[in-house]
Design a protein around this ligand. Sequence first.
Ligand SMILES: NC(=O)c1ccc[n+]([C@@H]2O[C@H](COP(=O)([O-])OP(=O)(O)OC[C@H]3O[C@@H](n4cnc5c(N)ncnc54)[C@H](OP(=O)(O)O)[C@@H]3O)[C@@H](O)[C@H]2O)c1
Length: 331
Amino acid sequence: MTDTFSAMVIDTVDGKPRGAIRDLTKSELPDHDVLVEIAYSTLNYKDGLAISGKGKIARRMPMVGGVDLSGTVIESRSADWKPGDKVIVNGWGLSETEWGGYSRYQRLKPEWLIRLPEAFSLKQAMAIGTAGYTAALCVDALEKWGTIKPGQGEVLVTGAAGGVGSVAVALLAARGYVVTASTGRPETHDYLAALGATNFIDRATLQEKGGPLQKERWTGGVDSVGSTTLANALSQTVRGGAIAACGLAGGADLPGTVLPHILRSVTLIGVDSVMAPMEQRLSAWSRLARDLDTAKLDSMTTVEPMSKLPELADAILAGQIRGRVVIDVKG
Ligand SMILES: NC(=O)c1ccc[n+]([C@@H]2O[C@H](COP(=O)([O-])OP(=O)(O)OC[C@H]3O[C@@H](n4cnc5c(N)ncnc54)[C@H](OP(=O)(O)O)[C@@H]3O)[C@@H](O)[C@H]2O)c1
């Protein structure tokens, strides 16, 4: 029996980072305390940047890609974890500074692991992945801020048909918020309505530069697009409202003014999933276990083999992926 297994390894090719499937052995894995047999990983926007080399994500080479993983502990030098435990890891620098989930096995630090919630299978946990867990962090942040109220006012979700957006729509709708989905793909309206969106706007309208204080519409919002879209969302937010911003699918700039903040007390809440403290992670996963309908989750999920990652990376950067893609690391 061979002890080699496949992994998606990012390395420097012609001076640029590039991902390719390569054989590894367990002896090459980092010397962290918990060895996990990985069942699934996922495709996130950041994974697309890392594999295609269009973003400088990996900060040392060679790097095993994949910001997420779910699997089963098979060896542990930590008292907190034992063989047979089902676990999830999101972020913590996986695919940036630490080897990630596009591999049959990985060695991980015990403090990165979360126990798989009973509500989900290992596959469903990766259907959620970093995108879904980030959507939950955003909804947590908005509810903590306290201005959104079920049934009152509209909550905006931008990039709605993408990974963060799809889960945000489903989570907000489950809590009784009136969800307006901003999407550039009208063909996804039925899909988004099934997840719980009630109103739709064409994303192009949020991409046109608008005034600094526009008609007040959103009590809150989850933004994964950034740039002019986020500036307009802030300019259209009601007095005291808040937008949770986590993404830059439309650009990393923020071409707005301070006026919504200083004249309407609008708040921009920044959300980072990668280094979020454990308490916030557990809260987000509890929300997902409580509010995310697994039938809706399954409807937004496709499963693809690891060998298809190069083409999937290009597709997610082109905004062509609907919902969430689970990566089967055996394929
Ligand atoms: N802060 C964090 O910790 C964190 C965690 C996860 C993700 N993110 C970021 O969040 C963003 C979304 O991630 P994701 O995994 O959901 O990606 P995704 O599945 O590709 O979704 C992004 C969506 O944004 C919209 N979009 C794409 N290109 C656009 C453009 N040029 N202008 C306006 N809208 C555009 C599309 O939605 P429509 O077709 O519906 O318009 C697309 O489906 C990324 O920037 C990612 O890096 C951040």
